[in-house]
Design a protein around this ligand. Structure first.
Ligand code: HEC
Ligand code: HEC
Ligand code: HEC
Ligand code: HEC
Length: 498
């Protein structure tokens, strides 16, 4: 072979030059590669040694962490983007009551009937809690609608304040008391220990939740921590007692029935429904609990595997902190699934479509049941007659809310979510059957549901004066929020314009 090559070069010298140049080029590339490997190694090693600022205690100002960890900070900042809509979710603002006005009736008497928007990026947590009609217009004349506990899931200023004031003192006051203190949106200090950058739990409610459940959170593996940092907020909880301390109802377990049993035994309710008079439960967002019952958790995945995935940039592998719908960069699924983007997207949509078929039906029938109950009371039904109905309405709506308020549930745990909705529909129809009998006994044979086909009509029906509420809120926002921000800047709680 070599004699043949030597002969060829002798006959056509250009081949020899060609081989020579190609070899030189390869050597050159290898040199470049070696140099860049050393450089990248050094870069990774220096990430931790090269901190520009030393972070002490609970530093809620995200920009300060950003000086040390620009890649994570820059991707975290992108939670402000509003550029993606999947079939049902995404990071854009959306008025959920406008799309599904029956929910106004389901929450009659509770602040959610005034205003309910789908969640968007973490960067908006502060802005949105200030703006929602659910926090009212607290000032010198108007009392607060919400306790201080409302800040728990919005800001790293919450653990900072708890540290400074003591946990009891923190909760003892109302939401607006911290208007000029709780100013930085969900960030680094919510999930990281500044010294080691390890994931850490900053909300003691989760630690207590684990204890109630009979588990020790300090035994969590690093992989479990990649879910538990999210479980500080994406869980079911209620505000316990007069001090309104956030408490996870996991004493009997984390299924919808086990939590219901806990609430029933302590006779807890969030509000009395103004139409049906049923003692209601409001589910928060049991994303973590439902996720645990789904196929991915059972194969050992954590939230971060899809929502804070590793990405590579210039040879540096780091965690993409743009927490949002994974469908925007669906290649994250392909680290495990050898399947086309289209198929993967369709699996998600199929689960969601099937779940929402049942959800939409529950919302229509449950709203009807509440209104039937209202009519029954008006026609003279008594508490004894209505007792079964009250319990059925409470249990039906708790199941519906649990399944729906976990926004990712229909994908995270499709079978469990559909099972819960099926039981909700079952209790809803049982309530209607009971109510039919009661109405009939009181001489009603032609029950008709009022027109609740739009948010405005439904809100008018339940007696909300939206015009006044909205005007008051707009005025309040103009008057109060700039003052909070100015005060926060004076106290150096805030760095950049937010
Ligand atoms: C300190 C509380 C808190 C923590 C910790 C937290 N979240 Fe959130 N999350 C929220 C709140 C509040 C919102 C809604 C913000 C809004 O709409 O203004 C939200 C919104 C989201 C959204 C919707 C984003 C969009 O673009 O629509 C996703 C997805 C999400 N969180 C996932 C996670 C994951 C995954 C983790 C853990 C890595 C996590 N969250 C940790 C409180 C938290
Ligand atoms: C909602 C929770 C959450 C928030 C908020 C958060 N992180 Fe992280 N961070 C994570 C998770 C999860 C990982 C992956 C850790 C692992 O794999 O063990 C991570 C990893 C990191 C790492 C290790 C290197 C890497 O990229 O994997 C750094 C550094 C980091 N985050 C910096 C930040 C900074 C800076 C902020 C604020 C701008 C921030 N994080 C906000 C959850 C969070
Ligand atoms: C296997 C990947 C995967 C894992 C793991 C995962 N999710 Fe999701 N999550 C998704 C997908 C897919 C959606 C639906 C996105 C869509 O429809 O646009 C979603 C939706 C969500 C939403 C609703 C987003 C919105 O725009 O309203 C939240 C909140 C959420 N997930 C939180 C979590 C939490 C918390 C965990 C861990 C307890 C978790 N997810 C684990 C893939 C995952
Ligand atoms: C870290 C690995 C990993 C990632 C990332 C991941 N999956 Fe999976 N997924 C799995 C495993 C493991 C299973 C169980 C498969 C099995 O046992 O055959 C699974 C199962 C599934 C299933 C079947 C569920 C069932 O009911 O059994 C679907 C659908 C799916 N994944 C979709 C997705 C989508 C969509 C994404 C991205 C948003 C995603 N997965 C991201 C590992 C992953």
């Amino acid at each position: 072979m070599f004699t043949k090559l030597a002969e060829s070069i002798k006959n056509r010298p250009i081949i020899g030059w060609g081989i020579f140049l190609a070899t030189m080029f390869i050597v050159f590339l290898l040199g470049l590669f070696a140099a860049s490997i050393t450089e990248r190694r050094a870069e990774i090693a220096t990430l931790f040694n090269n901190k520009k600022v030393d972070i002490e205690g609970i530093e809620s100002r995200n920009e300060i962490w950003g000086e040390n960890y620009p890649r994570q900070f820059n991707t975290w900042e992108k939670t402000a983007d509003m550029d993606f809509r999947s079939k049902h979710l995404g990071n854009m603002p959306e008025d959920a009551l406008e799309n599904r006005p029956e929910m106004v009736v389901l929450w009659a008497g509770y602040a959610f009937s005034r205003d309910y928007r789908v969640p968007r990026g973490h960067m908006y947590a502060i802005e949105d809690v200030r703006a929602t009609l659910r926090t009212g217009t607290p000032d010198a004349e108007t009392p607060d609608m919400q306790p201080a506990a409302c800040w728990m899931c919005k800001t790293p200023d919450m653990p900072r304040l708890v540290h400074e004031l003591g946990i009891e003192n923190f909760y003892k006051t109302m939401w607006s008391a911290y208007g000029d203190e709780a100013v930085n949106p969900i960030g680094c200090a919510d999930c990281h220990d500044p010294k080691t950058m390890n994931l850490t739990i900053t909300r003691s409610a989760l630690v207590d939740g684990f204890n109630n459940w009979g588990k020790d959170i300090t035994k969590a593996t690093p992989q479990e921590m990649r879910s538990l940092v999210c479980a500080q907020c994406h869980v079911e909880y209620y505000f316990k007692g007069t001090d309104k301390v956030p408490t996870f109802p996991w004493h009997k377990g984390i299924t919808v029935e086990e939590m219901e049993q806990y609430y029933d035994e302590i006779a807890y309710y969030d509000w009395i429904h103004t139409l049906s008079k049923a003692p209601m439960l409001k589910a928060q967002h049991p994303d973590y609990e439902l996720f645990l019952l789904g196929p991915h958790a059972q194969r050992g995945l954590s939230c971060a595997d899809c929502h804070v995935p590793y990405i590579s940039e210039g040879g540096i592998k780091y965690s993409n902190h743009q927490v949002m719908s994974p469908l925007k960069n669906i290649s994250v699924c392909q680290t495990c699934h050898r399947d086309s983007e289209e198929n993967l997207r369709n699996y998600v949509y199929q689960y969601q479509d099937k779940t929402f078929e049942v959800r939409d039906r529950v919302e229509k029938e449950l709203a009807r049941a509440h209104i039937m109950a209202k009519t029954a009371w008006e026609k003279g039904a008594n508490e004894k007659e209505m007792a079964t109905v009250m319990q059925l309405l409470r249990h039906a709506q708790w199941r519906w809310d649990f399944a729906v308020a976990s926004h990712g549930g229909s994908f995270h745990a499709p079978v469990e979510t559909q099972r819960i909705l099926a039981h909700s529909l079952d209790r809803t129809m049982q309530a209607q059957l009971e109510l039919q009998k009661i109405l009939f006994a009181h001489g009603i044979t032609d029950f008709k549901i009022p027109d609740i086909s739009s948010k405005a009509k439904a809100q008018e029906y339940i007696g909300l004066d939206m015009k006044t509420l909205t005007q008051k809120k707009d005025k309040w926002k103009e008057a109060v929020i700039p003052k909070w921000i100015e005060e926060a800047k004076k106290k150096e709680r805030l760095i950049a314009e937010k």
